[in-house]
Design a protein around this ligand. Structure first.
Ligand code: GAP
Length: 437
């Protein structure tokens, strides 16, 4: 059975996946903390993105730029003037709402009153702070509202030092901040989140082709990591939805419990950003092609995904329940590459020699796999817990293990068990995890 929203939120809190930020002070609702399991899941999502976008590509390199950038970056990019959402305020309950998300433009979606919404005004989403001890207009800086600009302002540094020729891409994963008018739906829309973005620079006449290429590649990435195909769709933006820099955008959308919503945008940003930064900085960011003795601004195709939002979608999609021996079993069918723990190592009971054997087995596997050793409760309960957090394999060290130097390996999905000799365990898992590496 697919998960409903509250079930996933409860599971996240109960199992240490995601906690509200500043929980002991009532929470912020704008930011979330990733607990011991959530941090592994999020890291695995980012690692898989990096693997497919950087490690496996000869034409894409990585970057980690600063969150704080010169104010002029955001003036050149257009964010200071147009990175806004239309906001209305309800005179009855004082809620501030995004006009474009209202179902009825005359009704407050919080208190339900009609005729109470004031004039719409454009609200800039960038978070502002000041560099240094004095707060003046001269030292305003913004926390980056997208990782992309860090790539554009380093375009020439990267192209020159890496001796890159078109087409090539630059990828970046990192924190992003937006003062969203209405954060919500748990980690779906927050004011602090993480993005995974890649800017692919190409000759203008090849941009359409690369646009199609990246739509397909990114769609396949989600499917390859196990998202249910029926829960994924590609939606083309209407003309009036396009961002100020875009000549065409599609969204990869996921069917969340509240309906279809965006996981990733893939945009043809044309030469907008490089041109703007050339103009504002005075640096010539055109590309020189010696073969045809030509200088021009490359076009850019940008797949821009949210890491935190994507991790959330994987969690929702993986949630499943089934009946086993008259009891409900909850199982997170996460891909092996994404599961917070890949293996759990469990002694059958708390007896000292079993615990000692368990630790020895764990020591063999720990350098290669994220694992948990769990010695609490009855074994059945521990299996259920590992199912619920998506651990693909449980290794149990029992009384026979003391004699035969073998352990039982239980598969999360099939619940089938194999007896494997400890000295074969590394090869056993290498085979199972290598299949999907
Ligand atoms: N550089 C282009 C760009 O930033 P975007 O569509 O605004 O495009 C890309 O953002 C992705 O970042 C979105 O598809 C979404 O997954 C994620 N994202 C955007 N705003 C978010 C928010 N407030 N909370 C969580 N994720 C967000």
């Amino acid at each position: 059975m697919p998960a409903d929203f509250d079930t996933i939120v409860n599971l996240s809190k109960r199992r240490g996946i995601v906690f509200p930020s500043s929980d002991i002070y009532g929470g912020l609702r704008s930011a979330y903390d990733y607990g011991p399991l959530g941090v592994n899941l999020l890291r695995n999502v980012k690692a898989q993105w990096w693997r497919s976008m950087v490690q496996m590509r000869s034409d894409i390199v990585g970057l980690d730029s600063a969150i704080l950038q010169h104010r002029k970056v955001w003036q050149a990019s257009g964010h200071e003037s147009v990175f806004t959402d239309p906001m209305v305020e309800c005179s009855d309950c004082n809620s501030r709402l995004r006009l474009d998300k209202l179902e009825d433009l005359d009704q407050c979606s919080v208190c339900g009153k009609t005729g109470t919404l004031g004039e719409a005004r454009e609200f800039n989403l960038m978070m502002r702070t000041h560099l240094g001890p004095i707060e003046t207009d001269e030292n305003i800086v913004y926390l980056r509202p997208e990782t992309a600009q860090g790539i554009f302002i380093n375009y020439e540094n990267i192209r020159r030092t890496q001796r890159l020729k078109l087409p090539f891409g630059v990828a970046q994963v990192g924190k992003t901040f937006r003062n969203e008018i209405t954060p919500g739906q748990f980690v779906f829309r927050t004011r602090e989140f993480e993005q995974m973005e890649m800017e692919f620079f190409c000759r203008p006449e090849t941009a359409d082709e690369w646009f199609q290429y990246w739509i397909k590649a990114r769609h396949n990435w989600y499917l390859d990591l196990g998202i249910t195909p029926e829960n994924l769709q590609i939606r083309t933006h209407a003309e009036d939805e396009l961002s100020h820099y875009s000549a065409g955008t599609v969204d990869v959308e996921y069917q969340f419990p509240w309906g279809w919503d965006e996981l990733e945008g893939i945009a043809n940003r044309t030469d907008f950003d490089l041109k703007q930064h050339s103009e504002h900085s005075g640096e010539d960011l055109r590309y020189f092609d010696p073969e045809v003795n030509e200088r021009f601004f490359p076009y850019v195709i940008e797949p821009a995904a949210g890491a935190t939002r994507t991790a959330f979608a994987f969690l929702i999609d993986a949630y499943d329940t089934e009946e086993v021996n008259g009891e409900e079993r909850v199982v997170l069918r996460l891909d092996k590459r994404l599961a917070p723990y890949q293996i759990a190592v469990l002694p059958l009971s708390k007896k000292d020699d079993l615990v000692e054997g368990t630790q020895q087995v764990a020591d063999i596997l720990r350098p290669t796999y994220q694992l948990e050793v769990d010695i609490t409760q009855a074994i059945g309960k521990r299996y259920r817990r590992q199912d619920e957090i998506g651990t693909p394999y449980c290794v149990t060290y029992d009384f026979d293990s003391l004699e035969d130097q073998s352990v039982t390996v239980r598969d999360r999905d099939t619940m089938l068990q194999d007896r494997v000799s400890i000295d074969r365990l590394t090869a056993y898992f290498a085979e199972r995890f290598a299949l999907i590496a």
